[in-house]
Design a protein around this ligand. Structure first.
Ligand code: SF4
Length: 636
């Protein structure tokens, strides 16, 4: 078997013959061989593969050659598209073996014929009717119905929920458009394919659906390969548990009226009850206040008036449910509305209770656009354990950032996997030659008022030496905006997160070749800028998550109550993984070079700082700006 992978990845092998510029790497070959064994033996592997290992081919090639049905899950839809449209076709050509591949996304990505039709009768702005018309034309031409393939809907368009379905409002096989349904077709292709490319959100919604006993979305498979696996516990947290949003209630009101007008015109009382529900929702929203944040639910429930308005809301849901029950036999749409109304009521009643379920964290996400109440599990590991036990297949969890100081405990503990084989393949890049770690002396701690001023002075000097070509990664918008204001007159193009879409900013950054980009969370990972355009990454602080977050705070409190140390068990490991992601932006290619700047003095002054430094690639370290200047002079 090892010969087969050698034949693919070795010197003069299939990849060398078919991919221009392909360079064989021992780490990639070893990883592919290991994954081939895991697939054969149906066991579990947790593997960290450093930047540049070439892990995508290292798992795709054995998956394709195994002849098994394999699900490949990626972190984002962009990566999913890239894998399906670029990497799989490349390997199809190089390996020259037949296999069927399919791309499967979550429901909200596919145009729903039924809801598109229904939306035509909604009161909308004129331009939205034009978009609905364009979507109808597009629906007749597209093969997939995947809305990302059309430019017709912007990310934040209010039409998204109107032209896509949810598990609640899909009519399934009773839908008049079922024979043309894009989701049904995508699932049929996934059923028949050997390699199915999915994303973590879909994978986790499948797990959540299974955990709630409501069935499953994905067909069964022989193996699951999870790339960017470090994101999995966080995404699982979003999907497991329960939630109810003001948006769901508003949609229910609208759909109930529409379905009544279509199938039960004589039951106009439904409109009155839907309007009453809408008014109760408005009253509830006002009682919560205008705060734009994530807040523990019990804190809100204690606010004057919230409990009463919540009771009104439950009562209005109950009234509408009674009306819909009478109308349910008139049509599938009304029956669905009745089911949705009953489920929403049951979920809301859960939030009415004042006693806390010890396993759940109750919190509210309050935005100007609406409110979502969440019941999130403290610990997702039990769900994973059960899910994995129920699927006795091969599992590969991989990412460039899974270990903390060389250990997988934190990741495997979060997923409740204690019997997996673990492997680390370090990056093949020559960090000793290609990079320099600069740890400046900043005389104050990040909590000090003057800290950001020091970052500004430092950034200006570094940008001069690096001639632009810099990312500055922040842990807060506030610090980012202060530094952005102070750098607005620099001699290099300056880009700031939020001023344009992330992809636009990155395209501009690459094309300028000497730009400076300031970003927070979303720029710490999934960003690939190769070559000289990015030669310096400045990290302002250790990326500890905000302790004000209700999920994190509840987990910290629970662990403390059990006698544990949340700082070392939760906060430090999460920050190490994020730091490794941020650092991974710097060297993306064997020809890249660059300076990493860790500004936070706590890396050197606090005992835990060593743990962070032990988690980094072996880079030469300096505390002198002259060394940074010399590094850039040598490399330019
Ligand atoms: S089956 Fe569901 S998703 Fe498909 S067209 Fe009908 S309502 Fe939409």
């Amino acid at each position: 078997m090892a010969e087969q992978m050698q034949h693919v990845f070795g010197e003069g092998g299939l990849l060398s013959q078919h991919i221009e510029g392909y360079a064989p790497r021992q780490q990639q070959l070893e990883m592919a061989e290991k994954i081939q064994l895991i697939l054969t033996d149906s066991t579990i592997l947790i593997a960290e593969a450093g930047t540049g290992t070439g892990k995508t081919y290292a798992y795709l090639a054995p998956a394709i050659l195994s002849g098994q049905k394999v699900f490949i899950s990626t972190g984002t839809k962009n990566l999913q598209d890239q894998l399906f449209s670029r990497d799989l076709p490349t390997l199809r050509k190089a390996l020259a073996v037949p296999f069927r591949a399919a791309l499967l996304k979550g429901r909200s990505n596919y145009l729903c014929h039924y809801r598109l039709e229904m939306a035509q009768s909604d009161p909308l702005q004129k331009r939205h009717y034009e978009t609905l018309h364009d979507l109808t034309v597009w629906a007749g031409k597209t093969n997939t119905g995947d809305l990302s393939e059309s430019d017709l809907l912007e990310d934040n368009s209010p039409l998204w929920p109107k032209v896509t379905s949810t598990i609640d409002n899909c009519l399934g096989q009773e839908c008049p458009s079922y024979s043309d349904c894009f989701i049904a077709e995508a699932r049929r292709k996934a059923q028949e394919a050997d390699i199915v490319v999915i994303n973590h959100h879909l994978l986790m919604s499948d797990m959540a659906l299974k955990a709630s006993g409501q069935g499953e979305i994905l067909p069964s498979a022989d193996a699951y390969i999870i790339d960017e696996a470090h994101q999995l516990p966080e995404i699982a947290t979003q999907f497991l548990g329960n939630r109810i949003s003001s948006h769901q209630i508003q949609e229910l009101c609208r759909d109930s009226i529409r379905e009544m007008e279509q199938d039960a015109k004589d039951m106009a009382g439904i409109r009155d009850y839907a309007d009453k529900l809408d008014a109760s929702l408005h009253g509830f929203r006002i009682s919560i206040g205008e705060t734009d944040n994530r807040t523990p639910w019990l804190t809100l429930l204690e606010k004057l008036g919230v409990k009463n308005k919540l009771a009104d809301l439950v009562e209005s849901l109950n009234d509408l449910a009674e009306q819909l029950e009478l109308a349910a036999e008139r049509g599938k749409g009304l029956e669905q509305c009745h089911n949705r109304c009953s489920e929403l009521m049951a979920t809301l009643e859960f939030f009415e209770q004042e006693h806390q379920d010890d396993n759940m964290i109750l919190w509210a996400d309050i935005r100007s656009t609406g409110i979502v109440l969440h019941a999130t599990p403290h610990d997702v590991s039990q769900y994973f354990q059960k899910w994995i036990d129920d699927k006795p297949t091969a599992w590969v969890f991989t990412s460039a950032t899974l270990t903390v100081a060389g250990k997988f405990n934190n990741f495997s503990h979060q997923l409740g996997i204690d019997d997996a084989e673990t492997k680390i393949w370090p990056s093949p890049f020559d960090y000793a030659r290609q990079s320099l770690l600069y740890m400046p002396h900043i005389p104050v701690e990040p909590s000090h008022d003057d800290y950001t001023t020091h970052i500004i002075d430092l950034a200006k000097e570094l940008i001069t030496h690096s001639q632009g070509r810099t990312f500055i990664l922040f842990t807060s918008y506030r610090a980012m905006n202060i530094v952005a204001e102070a750098l607005k007159d620099i001699d290099y193009p300056l880009m700031v997160q939020g001023s344009a879409a992330k992809s636009t900013l990155l395209d501009e950054f690459r094309s300028h070749g000497n730009a400076v980009l300031l970003g927070t969370n979303s720029f710490w990972e999934g960003v690939d800028v190769r070559g000289e355009a990015l030669s310096c990454v400045i990290i302002d602080k250790i990326p500890f998550a905000s302790p004000g977050d209700p999920i994190l705070q509840a987990r910290i409190d629970a662990l403390r109550e059990r006698g544990g140390n949340p700082f070392s068990s939760i906060q430090i490991p999460a920050a190490v993984i994020q730091l490794k992601q941020g650092i991974g932006r710097l060297i993306r290619d064997p020809k890249d070079f660059g300076v990493l700047v860790l500004c936070d003095p706590r890396f050197l002054t606090k005992p835990y700082g060593k743990l962070f430094l032990r988690s980094l690639p072996a880079m030469p370290i300096t505390q002198k700006m002259e060394d940074v200047a010399a590094f850039f002079t040598d490399k330019v």
